[in-house]
Design a binder for this molecule. Structure first.
Ligand code: COA
Length: 374
């Protein structure tokens, strides 16, 4: 191929090419660190296991600390989120009709687009408040139900479930959802967070940055695995089918959904936290015992069939069970993920704003040399 590689243009382009940006450090952050070799997730100096007993509001306070002058205590953040949810609710009525033909995550993208970057007052709080209001209304509309107005006086997780079900639900369900939101709040420089930081670096604004992040999360390689975990459990059907179904799937070279991870080479710490949350829901019905039996058999078979590749349960396996148990339809799972990850996206946008440097990597030109004539 005729390329410019020997021209003076290419002299300034570094030799190293990393198409997936693996092993490239593109940002410094105080927000979170993923230690894949040790199986640890550290969020602002705390192990995820330590944070899992804290509320989502407390973790928001931790992530936003030093970056924003607004509400900082758990109670102040809860109150500010409640007010913001109530303020946003009228946008549901204006936007919902236009979402009928869209998937639930596309509908969320459209409803969020009503927020203007010109509004700069506590935009990070508005962004976090907006997702449950919109996601609950979208899920209800797919079931032919009217949206339910927020209750500013209850916690963010309690209100999310109240807006979804149209009534208050038990504290064990609220606790499980809260643990889920905390568990997924931030996770290093993943694809959606990087997207948010790239957009933030152009000074496009908070809402544009987090909507861009949502677009990245929408891809099945990032935000899409918990639905397929439930599809797998549906396909297995009953305890007596577990071993034969899994053996056949592995025999056909298929991947078992909810196992393996690109970065965690030991156990995914988020899976442990969610496993505990799921255990607390055992008495709420559902198929938790069945899923645990599937997990046991899958781990045994994976260890036997892939002895050189440690394959452990990942966050998606227990995410599927938590979200199903608290009543979300699987088509809304990516939106619930976005409700939690919005914590990290907003914090990264605030942090990137402080950096103030446009993110602009280089590409290596491998097309033809300029032609003399058109
Ligand atoms: N079930 C069965 N085999 C699996 C597997 C799974 N869930 N995950 C990886 N493997 C096997 C591959 O088939 C491959 O085997 P081979 O070497 O004999 O060909 C080996 O492990 C390495 O696979 P690779 O794709 O290189 O691993 P990875 O670390 O890049 O993959 C995932 C990470 C997440 C993409 C992968 O584990 C996967 O597809 N898991 C299922 C989907 C899922 O749960 N996604 C949510 C992630 S949070």
């Amino acid at each position: 191929m005729n390329t410019l590689s020997n021209t003076s243009h290419s002299a300034a382009v570094p030799e190293t090419l990393s198409p997936g940006l693996e092993n490239i450090v593109a940002a410094e952050t105080v927000l979170s660190h993923v230690d894949g070799a040790e199986g640890r997730l550290i969020v602002r100096g705390y192990d995820l296991a330590q944070l899992s007993s804290r509320s989502f509001e407390a973790v928001l306070g931790l992530l936003w600390r030093d970056f924003a002058a607004g509400p900082s205590s758990e109670a102040e953040i809860a109150a500010a989120l409640g007010r913001a949810r109530a303020r946003i609710f009228p946008l549901v009525k204006d936007g919902l009709a236009a979402t009928a033909e869209l998937t639930q995550v596309e509908a969320l993208r459209l409803l969020l687009s009503q927020l203007s970057d010109e509004e700069t007052d506590y935009h990070y709080i508005v962004a976090v408040a907006a997702v449950p209001v919109f996601a609950a209304a979208i899920a209800r509309s797919r079931a032919g139900l009217d949206p339910v107005a927020p209750d500013p006086d209850v916690s963010h997780s309690a209100d999310f479930l109240k807006m979804l079900h149209g009534k208050e639900v038990g504290s064990e369900l609220v606790g499980a959802l809260d643990t889920y939101l905390v568990t997924v709040a931030d996770h290093g420089l993943n694809a959606s967070t990087f997207t948010a930081r790239v957009i933030a670096s152009t000074k496009a604004g908070m809402f544009s940055s987090v909507i861009g992040a949502l677009c990245a999360l929408k891809g099945p390689l990032h935000g899409g695995a918990p639905g397929p975990v439930l599809d797998m459990l549906d396909a297995i059907g009953a305890e007596h089918n577990i071993q034969s179904w899994l053996t056949d799937a592995l025999g056909r070279g298929e991947r078992l959904m909810g196992f393996g991870h690109r970065i965690y080479r030991v156990r995914d710490p988020r899976a442990d936290v969610l496993k505990t949350a799921v255990a607390a829901l055992r008495d709420s019905g559902g198929r938790i015992g069945f899923a645990e039996a599937v997990e046991r058999e899958a781990l045994a078979l994976l260890a036997q069939k892939k002895p050189l590749r440690p394959l452990q349960t990942n966050v998606e396996f227990y995410t599927a069970l938590v979200l199903e148990s608290v009543g979300f339809p699987r088509e809304s799972f990516t939106n619930v993920f976005a409700a939690g990850r919005m914590a990290g996206w907003t914090a990264h946008v605030l942090e990137q704003d402080r950096v103030g440097k446009l993110i602009r990597p280089q590409s290596r030109y491998i097309g033809p040399s300029p032609q003399r004539t058109l």
